[in-house]
Write a protein that binds this ligand. Structure first.
Ligand code: IMP
Length: 190
């Protein structure tokens, strides 16, 4: 793999942690028929695994945000298909970085008369936080390295890597012809 990328969380560790998060969410939402609302597109692998670890009845829906300007301003480009009014909403994010996206999203939900909102993020980049946002269920705390894989992208690419990789050399990514070494798709043996 060279020195440009480093696997920071392997598949087995992701699986274990997602299972723990699913069990905690299930225990806290018994009888509430919550709705997992995935924030597209980075949530997709995480949400697909998480929903299968939550062994109580629940629904799944999605939101797509458009980011514009500075300071993390967002608007809802695609809203949920179901109404969230009166529902126990669990927002599912791949990563919370500055917190600006999640805080904008929580503001927009606060006018929708939901019954409750919880947040779950696979990754929490604690040192980069600008606004204080509640992360109720957190997979892993990380530093300020740039990560790829398991939903996380750079320019729309690399979301398909099965585990999480830190980019040690951002120059590598600026070459659009560079492809991630196929070892990243192996069973950890590559
Ligand atoms: P925030 O608004 O700064 O919290 O940023 C949230 C968004 O930034 C995430 O949903 C990701 O799309 C993106 N992001 C932040 N850190 C990373 C990273 O390390 N890799 C890939 N995307 C990231």
């Amino acid at each position: 793999m060279g020195n440009s990328y480093l696997e920071v969380v392997d598949r087995a560790a992701i699986e274990r942690r997602v299972s723990e998060l699913g069990q905690a969410i299930a225990a806290d939402h018994e009888g509430l028929n919550p709705v997992l609302v995935g924030v597209l597109k980075g949530c997709v692998p995480f949400l697909a695994d998480l929903t299968r670890q939550i062994d109580i009845p629940h629904e799944v829906d999605f939101l797509l945000l458009t980011r514009f300007g500075e300071r993390g301003r967002v608007s809802v480009a695609m809203d949920t298909a179901i109404s969230l009014e009166g529902r126990h909403v669990i927002l599912v994010e791949d990563i919370v970085d500055t917190g600006l996206t999640l805080s904008a999203l929580l503001r927009s939900l606060s006018v929708r008369a939901v019954a409750g909102v919880k947040t779950v993020a696979l990754l929490d980049k604690v040192p980069r936080r600008i606004v204080d946002v509640p992360v109720d269920y957190r997979g892993f705390e990380i530093g300020d390295e740039f990560l790829l894989g398991y939903g996380l992208d750079w320019g729309g690419r690399y979301r398909n890597l099965p585990s999480l990789w830190a980019v040690m050399d951002m120059e590598q990514l600026t070459d659009l012809d560079a492809t991630f070494p196929t070892a990243a798709f192996g069973n950890g043996a590559g």
